[in-house]
Design a protein around this ligand. Sequence first.
Ligand SMILES: *Cc1c(COP(=O)(O)O)cnc(C)c1O
Length: 422
Amino acid sequence: MTYEPTLEFARHLDEADPLRGFRERFALPRGPRGEPLVYLCGHSLGLMPLAARGIVMQELDDWAALAVLGHEHARRPWIPYHENLRGGLAALAGARPGEVVAMSSLTVNLHLLLAAFYRPSGARRRILIEAGAFSSDRHAVASQIAWRGLDPREALVELSPPVGSDLVTEESIEAYLEERGAEVALVLWPGVQYRTGQAFDLGRIARAVHRAGCVAGFDLAHSIGNMPLALHDIEADFAVWCSYKYLNAGPGAIGGCFVHERHEPPHLTGWWGHERATRFRMGAQFHPAAGAAGWQISNPPILSAAPLVASLALFGEAGLPSLRRKSVALSGYLEFLLDRLAPDVELITPRAADSRGCQLSIRITGPHGRGERVFDALTSRGIIGDWREPDTIRLAPIPLYNSFADVLRGAEALAQALRLQP
Ligand SMILES: *Cc1c(COP(=O)(O)O)cnc(C)c1O
């Protein structure tokens, strides 16, 4: 597509956008004087679908009116509540419905899945992750290693990008596994790296991991709802995600996980993973529900699951292929504008559309502290992105609710901020 850096052109793209109507179905945040903000931070916390309010209110009303009887008689009965989320999550994950479940939260789910899938034995003890992984993932992996009496300094391997680059390539994962795969028990890799915005070819990684005889786990916090996924077909062993980023389910929303149907390893259990028909007999024996549902531990937080019902309905209506097409065009426009209006910044995120999702990560170079000053100037112009130490601004135009005009305003404000903070 050929782009132009004018509001007229951006508006023209917005008018031609078949998904433009979805923006009105989200709460768009406003500044202190009621002025509309340009929200480019859906990679961190997605906006509220307006329909979320009604669904949450329904649960409160059912609780008020029915109390304990709501478990069976709420409009959406609470006992099988995860079933409301199964189809929508499976579609986004590229999974069979029985392979996914909404439960708990991201890091907790990561622990639960590592507890089952990380089975160090003999020389095969290592977990491979990317250098610069999200802190919580690293803490989870390091503590799982230590919990088993092993030494994270030996068993936790962090694969770095080549010197001078921010990006780890799939080739380097393959090369590591070819050389040292016999020492690796499990590879935990992000679908999209949170800091760089790099998207990985998960099928290729899963193949390399399995060739080396290891387990392939994926953290999809920045992928689900952002990139097309095919977890079943690529034979991922497990995956985890949160729902408050691209899935727009609100702060601290219920998380999710995927377990490929070919697996039924021993895992940590609780009563909610027990098959429903006999759960309330409270027997001593554990009979798991089929598939991922058997991995549930506790009865789910209904008030933090309800907004996800609203959000998944929007994804279903818009369709991931259309969302992805618009996402590629939006981030392509942002890239074009940055090159045109702010040529002194460095784009950390790969330029190939296949190697990124919505988010572009922008490195601000120059004197010490300039990056933060530029970011503050951007914020004071009503553009909401986020700042990552030491030098990075992350901006993500989201196809469900951002417009091409948002992207233009964001890029123009960044260019101004750069000029004012030399
Ligand atoms: C957002 C994010 C988290 C946050 O974990 P919570 O358990 O939801 O607090 C963890 N890991 C990654 C990769 C993330 O992007």
